[in-house]
Design a binder for this molecule. Structure first.
Ligand code: F3S
Length: 836
């Protein structure tokens, strides 16, 4: 060990004596090596793990111990409900419930539940927050109990921002100092989060990524994290962005480029001469969209810009700089990467991405080519923009585009422009700091004049909580008029923002305001005016576009340490609504049998032994890019759905969203595949229907699955490429298991959903099955050749004829195999707790 100030650290240079020269390794790999070196205990983390990672043996598995876990409320509530259920179960078995506690520092930021019911007035924020507390009272009471009951858990109450922005601005230390084996030790942070965009912290030099809620749960309870040593793609950034190009344009360009290149399952690390032109917020915007370009992380090494940001946000930059330099993780040398990609920032042009995928980049100048119909409704016409939302951690964290939006608004207002009256406008910054600097810059009144009042400090529109559209607009959309959303978010999968929309385009906050003014998606901004002034003169986008010089003149306002030190003291406090919430329960939670939000889950009661799959039926046959939102929707619970009926039977009038009901497995089970956009190829009906065989009855997925369950029939699902794309939503795996699905046979899987499936004991099998021409009435046997990672699988299909194909069981590590053998990760962890 060597010393920095009062703290010791584990120098990587000592590895030379062991025969490992790690000097030219990627920075992210060095951080992983430090972690394994420090946590070597010969039991959970072994010499073999060190050899694998210090030798950068890509494709091999190793174990390490993340330094912090971060959660948001949609994924964090079910995780804490599981921990609460473990406590109750321990108590029932006569054991001490307090054995269940996070062993790692864990943060939960409540940001996902606020919905935009009110907009366009100065009262929007307080009314939305009031409604949020009314709607989510049971969940928030539970979280407040958890805040007091579990040690090592910090909860950021509602109204304080979006998880990744709060992490970036306040929670991340980059280099942490903590007692380790009784000695004060400095080490780089490795943060895992139950949200895919945890990668945003990669922009500040924290190695961070999103994992399944189930993996996070195991890590919180003291299990190591297992992963395959990644290949690292080095992205060499050169050049400088041109005037008029924003950080959002850069990230959309990078997303498109890297998606085409193919970086799924790999680390991406940015380096090169252009790094110095990118501020930490710019890097965070790029790191944020790593899941959209498919990478596990989008890492930016620590450099002077990182230290400047830490100073500006009132954090200890000196220890970070000293440690990073001493340890060889301060940006300097260009590492040897597995592969390289060159990106010249001067090639980036103003763009949007859509209508359905974040990597479908459309240059702004080509938006006019979007084909729309020519129908007119009572309020809107085909091609109308009906939702314009400054939303999401991706961009609201970036002062360049937020100030840019304010400047554009100021110029537009000065020229007498207004937003179209059919556009639902909103602004939901990921941090109250944004309001502070917009106020200080004097830009807030102009944004408000165009309808961009603050509606909340949370995910809102980005997570599908845009709230209802004005009734006349909604009526037109229901009649088939094609309406669009333009949002400053990172995702636009079908149905995510609002199922009635024809499409959603992702864009910078600056363009969001511009489209609210124009009110039309296929406008040619070069030749058509964005609006007309009160004298009837046309105003073009170029007349009101903010220049880089104008934006730069305000940037120092945004990075004012005073703002951060004031806010830092408040983030765990909560407003009056939070303070008034009662706490029910002590060591164990007082489950309320009447609650429709928080219900004790059945994980420890059901049989948990692994079985081979024999005589299974096919629950569904699905196409490519099935998202976690298709599998387990987060949006509104539709009237007449199975979930709605369950809630109505319990006297609940307000159906709310699936996202808000993730503490109730009964609702989530009924919501499995109940997204109107699910296309099951076995039926001609969209949205959660399938066929029961052998009788051929068509019914909802839930009801068909429950019939099969009562008949003792196991189920499989067939799907195309990139199954489970989207988010780290563990409910997508939990609901699959609860429906009785034992294996998903897909052409390929997205990384996090694959591991979530395994964690719930559902076997992800990669196989080329399309040539089978499945009818759906076949019977399926699945045999694993051996109980070992990535074993070959034989799939027998018995229908009119018998056919056999081979696949690979994507149980990737020894530990994942243990999860499957125990039925799921929860039983695996629980059994260890009981035995301890
Ligand atoms: Fe929330 Fe959207 Fe970010 S859901 S965490 S604002 S990506």
């Amino acid at each position: 060990k060597s010393k920095i100030g009062n703290a010791y650290y584990y120098p990587l240079s000592q590895l030379k004596e062991m025969g490992f020269n790690v000097e030219k390794y990627p920075y992210s790999i060095k951080i992983l090596i430090e972690n394994v070196l420090r946590n070597l205990d010969g039991e959970k983390i072994t010499e073999e793990d060190l050899e694998v990672i210090a030798g950068w043996k890509t494709g091999k598995d190793f174990a390490f111990s993340p330094t912090r876990v971060i959660m948001q409320d949609y994924t964090g509530v079910p995780l804490l409900v599981d921990l609460a259920a473990m406590r109750s179960e321990l108590q029932r078995r006569g054991k001490d419930p307090s054995r269940v506690n996070p062993r790692l520092p864990s943060d939960l930021v409540i940001d996902h539940s606020v919905q935009v019911d009110y907009f366009g007035t100065e009262y929007s924020l307080s009314l939305n927050m009031k409604t949020e507390f009314e709607r989510n009272k049971e969940r928030y009471k539970f979280l407040k109990w958890a805040q007091g009951a579990f040690s090592n858990l910090r909860i950021v109450p509602p109204g304080n921002g979006i998880i990744h922005q709060v992490n970036l601005e306040f929670l991340s230390k980059v280099v942490d100092l903590r007692e380790h084996n009784g000695v004060l030790t400095a080490f780089p942070e490795i943060v895992i989060g139950t949200d895919s965009h945890t990668t945003m912290a990669d922009g500040i030099g924290v190695l961070a990524w999103g994992v399944g809620g189930l993996e996070a749960e195991a890590v919180m309870l003291g299990e190591p994290y297992y992963m395959t040593v990644p290949e690292v793609v080095g992205v060499r950034l050169t050049g400088e962005v041109r005037e008029g190009v924003t950080p959002t344009d850069v990230v959309l360009y990078i997303t498109e480029t890297l998606r085409r290149k193919g970086v799924v399952g790999k680390f991406v690390e940015f380096f090169g001469p252009a790094l110095s032109h990118l501020s930490v917020p710019d890097r965070a915007t790029i790191g944020n969209m790593a899941p959209e370009y498919g990478a596990t992380v989008g890492y930016f090494p620590i450099d002077e810009a990182t230290l400047n940001y830490l100073r500006a946000t009132d954090r200890d930059a000196e220890i970070v700089g000293e440690y990073a330099k001493a340890q060889g993780i301060f940006y300097g040398i260009e590492p040897n990467y597995s592969e390289m990609v060159n990106i010249n920032l001067s090639d980036v042009e103003p763009s949007l991405a859509g209508p359905r995928n974040p990597d479908e980049r459309v240059p702004l100048k080509k938006m006019a080519e979007i084909k729309t119909g020519n129908k007119r409704g009572k309020k809107i016409a085909d091609g109308s923009v009906v939702l314009a939302s400054i939303t999401s951690c991706t961009n609201t964290s970036n002062p360049t585009v937020m100030l840019g939006a304010g400047i554009l608004a100021r110029k537009a207002v000065a020229m007498g422009l207004r937003s179209m009256n059919y556009v639902k406008t909103s602004m939901a910054p990921g941090s109250p700091i944004v309001v502070k600097y917009l106020n200080e810059a004097g830009l807030t009144p102009y944004l408000e004049a165009l309808g961009f009042h603050v509606v909340g400090f949370g995910c809102t529109t980005c997570i599908g909580n845009a709230g209802p559209l004005p009734s006349d607009v909604e009526e037109d959309l229901k009649q088939g008029i094609e309406g669009y959303a333009v949002i400053s978010g990172n995702r636009n999968f079908e149905g995510r923002i609002n199922p009635l929309l024809k499409g959603t385009y992702l864009a910078s906050p600056i363009l969001v305001v511009a489209y609210a003014l124009a009110g039309r998606i296929n406008i040619n901004f070069e030749t058509e005016p964005v609006g007309v002034d009160p004298n009837g003169r046309p105003v073009f986008l170029r007349d009101i576009w903010p220049t880089m010089k104008e934006i730069s003149s305000y940037i120092t306002l945004a990075l004012n340490p005073k703002f951060y030190s004031e806010q830092k003291g408040r983030i765990f406090e909560g407003d009056e609504n939070w303070k008034l919430l009662p706490v029910e329960g002590g060591l164990t939670f007082a489950w309320d049998p009447k609650s429709t939000y928080i219900v004790e889950p059945p994980w420890f009661k059901e049989s948990s032994e692994f079985k081979e799959i024999r005589n299974a039926r096919i629950l569904m046959v699905l196409g490519d890019k099935v998202t976690t939102d298709h599998i387990s929707p987060a949006g509104p619970i539709a009237k007449d759905s199975d979930a709605a009926k369950y809630l109505e039977e319990r006297g609940t009038k307000e159906l709310n969203t699936y996202g808000a009901r993730r503490g109730n497995h009964e609702v989530m089970l009924r919501g499995g595949f109940a997204n109107p956009k699910v296309k099951n190829l076995l039926v001609n009906k969209e949205g959660g229907f399938t066929v029961h065989y052998p009788d051929g009855t068509v019914d909802t997925v839930y009801r068909v699955a429950m019939r099969y369950k009562s008949e003792g029939v196991p189920l499989v699902i067939f799907a195309g490429k990139q199954y489970g794309t989207g988010s780290s939503r563990d409910w997508a795996a939990k609901v699959t298991a609860l429906l009785g699905v034992k294996a998903v046979i897909a052409e390929s899987f997205e990384r996090i959903h694959r591991s979530n499936l395994v964690a719930m004991g559902v076997i992800p099998i990669e196989a080329d099955w399309k040539s089978l021409n499945l009818k759906g009435n076949e019977v399926v046997d699945v045999e694993l050749d051996e109980m070992k990672p990535r074993t070959t699988v034989t799939i027998k299909i018995r229908g009119e004829s018998e056919r056999t194909i081979k696949g690979i069981a994507r149980i990737d590590t020894r530990t994942e195999l243990e999860y499957v053998k125990h039925g799921n990760i929860l039983n695996y962890v629980f059994k260890r707790l009981v035995q301890d």
